[in-house]
Design a protein around this ligand. Structure first.
Ligand SMILES: Nc1ncnc2c1ncn2[C@@H]1O[C@H](COP(=O)(O)OP(=O)(O)OP(=O)(O)O)[C@@H](O)[C@H]1O
Length: 489
């Protein structure tokens, strides 16, 4: 209606209330509703049963089975069956605990934790942690998928909501751990939109690992998979030596020595057989490598000109061997008739960064760079141990294809050692406890996920055994014919 004094329009029905919105199914004919409602109910029921069976098979099927037995055959057969079941489980537990845990205990625990912890607290936690979102009256909530408990950790698979990134979860790792009653939480990306939360309840690497029995036969030494300890999942911790360069970083007392001596321990038969040559530089006056000098072909106990000359000599050998292999082979193998050379430098920074003589420092850095960048194919491996991972100390960390981060002081140091983004995937080397020396986060090139592991504890008594092992058997020259058979290279 036009206003008396102007041309503007007013709302024709200012007091009109919002029309009620009827659900769409109200408009359906009644006979269709009579058919659709029972069908819908049956579908819902079937879905519920399938879901229950899928998520809680043991919890649903075992009581159901027992109920059927009780109803069909009465009480005594049920008691008998229960006794047999308990006896079988006890015998299984006694005879083979690992398979019992895997096939009985973990599935039961998984279903228990799913129902009692995750399903129960999921909705509230997602809302309060701001991981669920509301848009136009609809709530988008991350979906709780499979839950697998392995005793020390629960693996909780999650489907994220649209427009959510794994970083949003990484930022809330602590709050998720507290909400679900775990000690810590790690986030792993499985595929687009699907992540897995590792909710850790206890540390499986709490106890030191004794070294295995010293092998006698070089045939068992696999240079691509040297076992130096155990990972937190219970598998052997294997380090690739052939075709790799290894950087081990950790604060004083973090257990760098145990990683080093675990490698030497496992290589011992191959060193004694002449298939591997060990060369060492220990600028700390031999405090570390001097504990078992017999394993080394050459050993220098300072960062003087001698150490630099040794590095330069090895760099020259690398170039010379690479020139000989050119066009013939791409990677060292035992049939070359030359040993794989493993150069161990304890406190690498003393040689290439803290050396006061600038000329020596530059020469050492150049030689080390040549060995790390070109030594892979001709069979030269550098095992560098470092306390301080700052950039000015090791400007060429990227040349090390395997990086081991033992206990570190700061989160930034973890990024420096393992590379960007690895800490966000859970590799919290700065959170490793002082009480667990030898525990490390390991990142190998080509392997997306970092691994947490603990090296063998090589005690002083073990080093005496190692010395005796070498004194008893003279180190032989490289076997050019059949003697090296079986050593995996
Ligand atoms: N894998 C291990 N398991 C149990 N204890 C270990 C392990 N590794 C080292 N230790 C213990 O931790 C202590 C420090 O170890 P180690 O000397 O190897 O550390 P480090 O990092 O080499 O120190 P530094 O830089 O001062 O030489 C030692 O008492 C050792 O017995």
């Amino acid at each position: 209606m036009p206003r008396p004094g102007g041309s503007r329009w007013v709302d024709p029905a200012p007091l009109e209330i919002a029309r009620p919105r009827l659900p769409w199914w109200v408009l359906l004919p009644w006979w269709l509703l009579w058919i659709a409602v029972p069908v819908g109910l049956v579908v819902l029921l079937v879905r519920l049963v399938v879901r229950l069976l899928h998520r809680y098979p043991v919890v649903v099927l075992v009581p159901l089975g027992l109920l059927v037995v009780a109803r069909r055959w009465g009480c005594w057969p049920l008691v008998f069956l229960l006794l047999v079941l308990v006896a079988v489980l006890l015998i299984w537990w006694g005879l083979h605990r690992s398979s019992f845990r895997r096939w009985v205990w973990w599935p039961v625990l998984s279903q228990w934790r799913r129902a009692g912890v995750y399903a129960l607290r999921w909705r509230t936690t997602m809302r309060l942690a701001d991981l669920a979102k509301r848009d136009r009256g609809r709530e988008y909530r991350p979906t709780l998928r499979a839950v697998r408990s392995e005793g020390w950790r629960d693996r909780v698979r999650v489907r994220m909501i649209p427009a959510q990134s794994p970083e949003a979860w990484e930022l809330r790792r602590d709050s998720l751990a507290h909400s679900f009653g775990a000690r810590s939480c790690r986030v792993r990306v499985l595929r687009p939109r699907v992540i897995e939360l590792d909710l850790i309840h206890r540390d499986p690497l709490l106890w030191p690992l004794p070294v295995p029995v010293l092998a006698d036969d070089a045939a068992g030494v696999d240079l691509k998979r040297v076992v130096v300890g155990r990972t937190e999942t219970g598998k052997p911790w294997r380090l690739r030596l052939l075709g790799s360069q290894l950087l081990v970083v950790g604060v004083p007392g973090a257990g760098k020595g145990s990683v080093l001596w675990s490698i030497v321990w496992q290589l011992a038969p191959a060193i004694r057989a002449g298939l591997v040559r060990l060369v060492g530089i220990d600028p700390k006056g031999g405090m570390e490598l001097g504990q078992c000098p017999d394993v080394f072909d050459r050993l220098i106990f300072d960062n003087s000109a001698d150490a630099v000359e040794l590095l330069e000599q090895l760099a020259t050998e690398v170039k010379e061997r690479a020139a000989r292999y050119r066009g013939i082979r791409r990677l060292w193998a035992r049939d070359t008739g030359e040993p794989l050379t493993v150069l161990v430098v304890d406190e690498l920074a003393d040689v290439i960064a803290y050396q006061p003589d600038r000329q020596l420092r530059d020469r050492a850095a150049r030689a080390v760079q040549t060995i790390t960048s070109q030594g892979r194919a001709p069979g030269y491996v550098l095992v560098g141990l470092v306390q301080d991972p700052r950039k000015e100390v090791i400007g060429f960390r990227h040349l090390f294809s395997t990086r081991v981060a033992l206990r570190l002081d700061e989160p930034q140091q973890v990024d420096m050692v393992l590379g960007d983004g690895v800490r966000q995937r859970g590799a919290a080397a700065h959170e490793i406890s002082e009480n667990t020396p030898g525990v490390a986060w390991v990142k190998q090139d080509g392997q997306r996920e970092p691994e947490r592991a603990r090296a063998f504890h090589v005690t002083d008594a073990d080093l005496v055994t190692l010395r005796d092992y070498f004194r008893a058997g003279e180190v032989r020259p490289f076997p050019t014919s059949g003697g090296a058979e079986g050593v995996a290279a």
